[in-house]
Design a binder for this molecule. Structure first.
Ligand code: SF4
Length: 245
């Protein structure tokens, strides 16, 4: 199988550049992988597509769109005492499009940061709440406490930053709509059932601008950053290289 190089434009010092939310997240996780991808055109090895998660996302989107059109609060939000409706806005489909999303040009770095949301709700005071759909299957109680879920929280915070930079009034409270596939059924019977939970998250986007500045400085540097200590891949590569001819 051929190894694919990074598609699209690579960063060139001194020129404007577009950076997605997921690449900013990659910088936070490992500056070296980020540099390899965005500056040198060597992306991480691609994983399998999340087809079941995508199906859940598409169905949730349809369901919330019904309430967007009617201007009503979804029963899930009602059940949790949240009086926010899916926002009806002329740009909602752009913001949800992974190729376009919501963007902001950060003048000091000439980086355009963009990302595609799952949804945005509005409360009676006109404040927006960022909403993200998640799918999982676990018998454990759903929480945002696990370490890897820090990335989910950053996701909400980056979108809060983007919407604020676009002039919107954004509530610190965002929501995860969590679909949890039930494993405790007697039989599969050709269908997967889900429990849907609403998890609120109070975000703080104060770190985002600094991360954008640091990501830019990383790309400007002619030296590649060191590997992340917690990642097994580079350690694997280094170990395997010992046996290469
Ligand atoms: S440590 Fe992991 S994430 Fe970082 S460059 Fe190596 S493979 Fe990529």
């Amino acid at each position: 199988m051929a190894y694919a190089r990074t598609s699209g434009k690579l960063f060139e010092p001194g020129k404007p550049f577009t950076l997605s939310r997921s690449k900013l997240e990659l910088f936070i996780t490992c500056p070296r992988c980020f540099y390899l991808d965005r500056r040198l055109g060597v992306p991480q090895v691609s994983g399998f597509p999340f087809t079941l998660n995508n199906a859940v996302d598409a169905l949730l989107k349809k369901e919330f769109d019904v309430h967007r059109a009617k201007g009503t609060v979804h029963p899930l939000a009602q059940a949790y005492g949240v009086a926010a409706r899916p926002l009806a806005h002329e740009k909602i489909d752009v913001w949800r499009d992974t190729k376009r999303g919501i963007s902001y040009f950060h003048e000091p770095t000439m980086l355009t940061i963009f990302g595609a949301i799952d949804d945005v709700w509005v409360n009676d005071d006109g404040q927006l709440s960022i909403v993200d759909y998640k799918a999982t299957s676990t018998l454990a109680p759903l929480t945002l406490d696990a370490d890897y879920r820090r990335a989910y929280k950053r996701q909400i915070e980056i979108y809060q930053w983007l919407f604020r930079r676009n002039g919107f009034v954004v509530s610190p409270t965002g929501y995860f709509v969590y679909a949890n596939g039930k494993k405790d059924r007697m039989a599969f019977d050709g269908k997967l059932e889900f429990d849907i939970t609403l998890l609120p998250y109070i975000g703080n986007d104060e770190w985002v601008e600094e991360a954008v500045v640091r990501a830019h400085a990383c790309l400007m540097n002619d030296t590649m950053p060191r590997p992340a200590k917690t990642c097994e891949w580079c350690a694997y590569r280094a170990r395997a290289a010992e046996y290469e001819g």
